[in-house]
Design a protein around this ligand. Structure first.
Ligand code: TXA
Ligand code: MG
Length: 328
């Protein structure tokens, strides 16, 4: 299959919305990462998402909508969920809620719940408006690999597998949305940290949020049941990745990723995530730099650890780093 890349002209947006209505897959930019979209109520089109990504069908999809009113057609909202949607949508917050019968089982992996969010990216919103249907969209990468934050990343993994890619430039946030399970509103659970922080969710709801342990032990055993995004190894480059506190000399056959641009002369095997270690910049560059280093065939990639206690986006960045570095 030939993959066509579209610039965001009004004509192209109309074309891509029409393609979606016909059930064709379209990779679209969102503020977090690029998503591989299909009409969420079209089971056959959604099936094609799994095939293109090599994604197991036990890993459910996120449904994208314009706003709360559209979301309420697909999920049973409670007051806490409405409150959060009003405060944080459009934006990088995904809510897990009981699903309504219209949502096909392929989208939710036959669960009783559906994950739903209203993206903030203006092009994602225009496509949603023009297509006039909710869009199921996981990240537009091969299953298990680093998520895409540009149209070129989408082509790297899915070129030849999907017909259409909308090029909206690099993604602003750079890591996937926060996923909050509000199925039981008296016990909200974070399934995946993201740009909407635990602190801001707790403030908005006036109650504590449970953070589901991940990576080892319990999370690993229950990963198939709870949230496949919690798989201990996910978002990974092919090259072995090690998280290090620091290093004095970088061996020639190692790619070294610094949190901030190192002072002085830098070697060709050095990379950095930011100019001055601002968290938003680190998150925005993370997947781009991981992909870049992964292409160079280093024996290993070392990456500097970010302290956990700096707040904000640090939890999301560290979560992705730990999973990218987890042993296969
Ligand atoms: O920022 C994002 O969320 C991006 C953009 C495209 O919106 N999407 C994204 O999708 O990261 P994906 O497939 O890479 O991650 C979706 C995660 C999966 O790990 C899945 O397990 C979880 O959402 N999920 C989906 N439905 C769920 C449900 N009913 N219950 C629990 N987790 C669910
Ligand atoms: Mg993904």
């Amino acid at each position: 299959m030939k993959t066509r890349v579209y610039s965001p002209t009004p004509t192209n947006l109309r074309r891509l919305a029409a393609a979606l209505q016909r059930g064709e897959l379209v990779a679209i930019p969102t503020e977090t990462v690029y998503g591989l979209a299909a009409p969420a109520l079209d089971a056959k089109a959604c099936q094609a998402i799994f095939k293109a990504k090599g994604r197991p069908t036990r890993d459910p999809l996120i449904v994208h909508v314009l706003d709360l009113a559209h979301a309420e057609q697909l999920a049973e909202f409670n007051e806490a969920a409405r409150k959060l949607a009003r405060q944080f949508w459009p934006g990088p917050l995904t809510l897990v809620l009981p699903k309504k019968p219209c949502v096909p089982g392929i989208v939710t992996a036959d669960r009783a719940t559906v994950a739903i969010r209203a993206p903030a990216h203006p092009l994602a919103r225009q496509i949603l408006r023009l297509a006039g249907v909710p869009l199921a969209a996981p990240s537009a990468n091969l299953f298990g690999y680093v998520s895409p934050t540009s149209a070129a990343h989408v082509l790297d993994g899915l070129g030849g597998e999907i017909p259409h890619v909308l090029d909206g430039g690099p993604c602003d946030v750079g890591v996937e949305s926060t996923i909050l399970d509000l199925t039981n509103p008296s016990r909200p659970k974070i399934l995946r940290p993201g740009a909407i922080t635990v602190g801001s969710l707790e403030n908005a709801m006036g109650r504590k949020v449970v953070q589901v342990a991940r990576g080892k032990g319990r999370a690993k055993k229950s990963a198939g049941l709870l949230a496949p995004g919690m798989l201990p190894q996910h978002y990974s480059p092919r090259t072995t990745l090690l998280i290090k506190r620091s290093w004095t000399t970088l061996p020639k056959d190692i790619g070294g990723i610094f949190l901030r641009k190192p002072p002085g002369r830098v070697t060709g095997n050095s990379y950095w995530l930011s100019e001055r270690s601002a968290l938003a910049e680190i998150a925005r560059n993370l997947y781009q730099v991981l992909r870049q280093a992964d292409q160079k065939k280093h024996r290993q990639i070392w990456i500097e650890a970010l302290p956990d206690d700096v707040g904000g986006l640090a939890a999301a960045i560290n979560d992705r780093l730990r999973r990218a570095a987890a042993k296969r």
